[in-house]
Design a protein around this ligand. Sequence first.
Ligand code: GAP
Length: 445
Amino acid sequence: MAKKENKNMPNDSMEKIVALAKRRGFVFPGSELYGGLASTYDYGPMGVELKNNIKRLWWKYFVQDRDDMTGIDGGILLHPKIWEASGHVKNFKDPLVECKKCHHRFRPDKLKDASKCPDCGGEFTEVKMFSGMFKTNIGAIEKEGIEAYLRPETAQAIFANFKNVLDSTNKKIPFGIGQMGKAFRNEITTGNFIFRTLEFEQMEIEYFIAPDSDWQKAFEAWVEYIYGFADLIGLPRQNFFNHEIPDEERAFYSKRTIDIEYNFPFGQDELWAIAYRTDYDLSAHQAASGKSLEYFDDETKKRFVPHVIEPTFGVDRTVLAILGQAYAEEMMPDGEQRIVLRFHPRVAPYKVAVFPLLKNKPELIAKAREVYQDLKKDFVCVWDERGNIGKRYRSQDEIGTPFCVTVDFDSLEKGDATVRERDSMKQERIKISELKEYLKNKIEK
Ligand code: GAP
């Protein structure tokens, strides 16, 4: 359940987004062929493009654009001792009750009536602690292999490689390490489509600072920088809310946490977060591994275990926020309704669709193909020659393609084409030789 309902969205907007996501190839229910696997999803042809655009923009903005950042790509399988040292084996647990009759499990704090099972009315067991980590076995023989975990956060591979990064680069504190990749959690409360799933992607930064530095200042600077990313991917700032997490609710490793909440179609809830993890992780790994994770500051001649500020982002929740923000139903002047995804062109799966006006005129097809092949070198493009132009526009609107280029008979004579913009639906004649420049300016604006 969302923390607060979104009063600005119609009640059925989540269902509509879920239906569109499936119909147009953004997100499919996981393992549908075999009846589905709860709380898992697969990304389709449009979804993978959208997701990759988000990840690419994130990597550029947070890692490549900043001199004080670098990146790694750590493993999903890490030594189980890492999860012992990090505190996850002990603390990454939820209190659950199990129904004695149907064996469904619930979080007692989420139950309306904690005395009987909402599914079958059965009696509950005592509250037990269940681990949120997925276990697996390394080795051919289950009993002889070692038990490992699928990582529940990407962060630990960064801590475990802190020394390697330091030794292999010329980074000086303050600096950060970014990483993106899959994380896995055996979530009990799931739902709201791709908001909370068993397998998801994170984009995380561990930003290392000196213990005596002004961590509040660094923390605030990161919060502001994070909002620059919201601007970049087209999420309006007025849809965000910084939720300061009180002492008693913070994760075991954090001294300050802000949940960066967003007004999703189903309500307001956590999209991203930022935490001050102190030296909790590096000190814990230093103690458990017996190897020094200290940093020596050449200038101050001080030796210390760095402290950490951690901005963290869920890719899938970002996809959901963008889909919710972009989705619109509009009445057209001709009385027809159109569904449009108003993506920022930077995240749109396709940037340009190219059409020949008619599909049975070889000279039109040849010219349109030439334009398409050339635009393809610079933009992700799609070709469509089915149905009439109006239908093709509707089809592209529904997947959020910001520009459609139509090649007609005038194009053959005058060397220009019609460019139609998704949101305003305005059409302009542009010289084919100037198309790339025109589109580039619009897409990168
Ligand atoms: N390393 C810190 C950390 O993992 P978290 O708040 O537990 O912190 C970070 O997770 C982000 O990962 C969340 O803000 C959210 O975007 C995403 N996330 C967490 N659990 C998720 C789930 N079950 N499904 C989808 N995204 C999830």
